[in-house]
Ligand binder design. Structure first.
Ligand SMILES: [Zn+2]
Length: 209
């Protein structure tokens, strides 16, 4: 929305609180080792609060969060992966917050299923934790894209894949980790926890075969 308004517009301070809540949640669960991972929350249609480069997410403070333009020039303290957040906000006005984590099951499964280009999750009760899903009799196909250090190019590939996919709340980057989003920081925390549980269950099941 180019006029800067959005259904869930909020102040920088409120957006930063959401970013800190997501970062501390993930940090406490060891999903963002060695200053990896990043988190963001939309302020309005024009800007988002995003973690700055290098911050320890388990101890994130407001001073380590920047206000980045969604479609403007790059912020000098933006992390290398900021484009992957900003391009999601530009493409989908319903996205209010985004988390990126390097959890072990996400990293392992993303590499194991890279050739297929997707990971199929089906029959798990916890699929119902995702907004809009009401039964375990659901097939969720999580796109997997190859890793790429050029995050502008990677972001464009991700958005192309998501345009062709059934609606999802996340995707995997092969050998790298998970991106997950929701309408708010609270929804994104729930989706992050659901993904981690489902990916852990999937990994156990595949290993037991
Ligand atoms: Zn990463």
């Amino acid at each position: 929305m180019a006029d800067g308004t959005s259904l869930n517009a909020q102040s920088f301070a409120d957006a930063a609180r959401g970013v800190i809540a997501m970062a501390h949640f993930a940090g406490a669960r060891h999903w963002v080792p060695a200053t990896s991972g990043n988190f963001s929350a939309r302020i309005d249609g024009r800007v988002a609060a995003v973690t700055a480069t290098g911050a320890d997410k388990a101890r994130l403070t407001e001073a380590e969060i920047i206000e980045a333009e969604i479609s403007g020039p790059k912020h000098p303290r933006a992390s290398a992966e900021a484009p992957l957040h900003l391009m999601r906000y530009a493409a989908d006005p319903s996205v209010g917050a985004i988390a990126h984590i390097h959890s072990l099951p996400a990293t392992v499964l993303s590499r194991r299923h890279e050739a297929a280009g997707l990971l199929r999750l089906e029959g798990w009760e916890l699929l119902k934790a995702f907004s809009g899903i009401t039964t375990h009799e659901t097939v969720l196909e999580i796109p997997i894209v190859p890793n790429d250090q050029d995050t502008d190019r990677l972001g464009a590939l991700v958005e192309e894949r998501l345009r062709k996919s059934a609606p999802v709340f996340g995707y995997l980057i092969a050998g790298h980790g998970l991106y997950v989003w929701g309408a708010s920081a609270k929804d994104t925390i729930r989706h992050m926890e659901a993904f981690d549980f489902l990916l852990t269950a999937q990994l156990h099941e595949e290993t037991a075969r």
